[in-house]
Design a protein around this ligand. Sequence first.
Ligand code: KG4
Ligand code: ZN
Length: 348
Amino acid sequence: MLLLALETSCDETSAAVVRDGKVLSNIVSSQIKLHAEYGGVVPELAAREHLKNLLPVAQAAFSEAGISAPQLDAVAATQGPGLGIALLIGFKAAQSAAFALNRPFIGINHHEAHLYSPWIASGRDASVAGLPSADFSAFQPNVSLIVSGGHTMLVLVESELKHRVLGGTIDDAAGECFDKTGKLMGLAYPAGPVIDRLAEQGNPKAYDFPRPLLHDANDDFSFSGLKTSVRYFIRDHPALLDDPQKNRDLCASVQAAIVEVLVKKTIRAAKREGVRCITASGGVTCNRTLRNELALACKKNGFTLRLAEKSLCTDNAAMIGILAERKLLAHAPLPALDAEIKPGWALV
Ligand code: KG4
Ligand code: ZN
């Protein structure tokens, strides 16, 4: 089955061509530089960029896959959640293409797609050399951590296409916490990767920040209090920002607080749910300390760990296409021709 997938839910314009579980192409055009100037994603600008870039990105995906539109068996797009005016662009383009080609159209929940991105592997594990490939033969029930700029959640994935959300953030997401504390320190947006780099030579024990909800008997997260305590800490120690080593220590200490909460709550949920596998995806999963700490904790507790590859942690159409193909094969219900986007589509 040959499938085109489009993803425009936030600030990445992406098109992927997928065939029988293999990612033939996955083109991502990121708008990070455009939004950096404003310190966050500006929806109107994002929509204009998607409009400008979508067809060239899709054309590049076709060309890299060596296919043309009439060969497609189906078309998919992200239906939600995300920024309404951004979602509309990829969703309506994909729906129109499916209509014109008289092929099935699949609307995908972006977070559900994140759940399966850790099962896409390239390199050694790929069944076709060099092409990333979904490895569902290795699938095991798992607890999945989705951690990005907009979302932090733990999901029990009982079997393929069957999941239940265990908990989520009640205020700021982990990525938002990285970005907002970075902004307080005067770091460029998005601050997550900058903090990751600076923390490498910092002391994570230099400053003690709260670990919100760490010991609460639920799978929810809250990071706004941590951000506020960093704000007060900087207010009370303004000279600290002029000292490069103290800056690095601050980055390492904030990062340690975020990572400890994410790792401990993920491990606890997996133990309680009785699964033997943990997966993680979303932009913050690029964080090296989070990757290392998850790996250590999984090893210590006997869990298999599947982290999404870094290029598939951030938003991409490959994960949309891989899930859409599974849904078509499983005869999941398809959206009607006049289906609308669902900007607030919560995973349940
Ligand atoms: O998944 P993503 O690309 O977009 C959505 O929010 O959906 O995630 C972006 C987030 C930003 O908050 C960014 O700061 C964070 O992921 N991020 C990181 C790292 N790379 C990206 N946070 C910490 N360490 C990183 N290396
Ligand atoms: Zn995402």
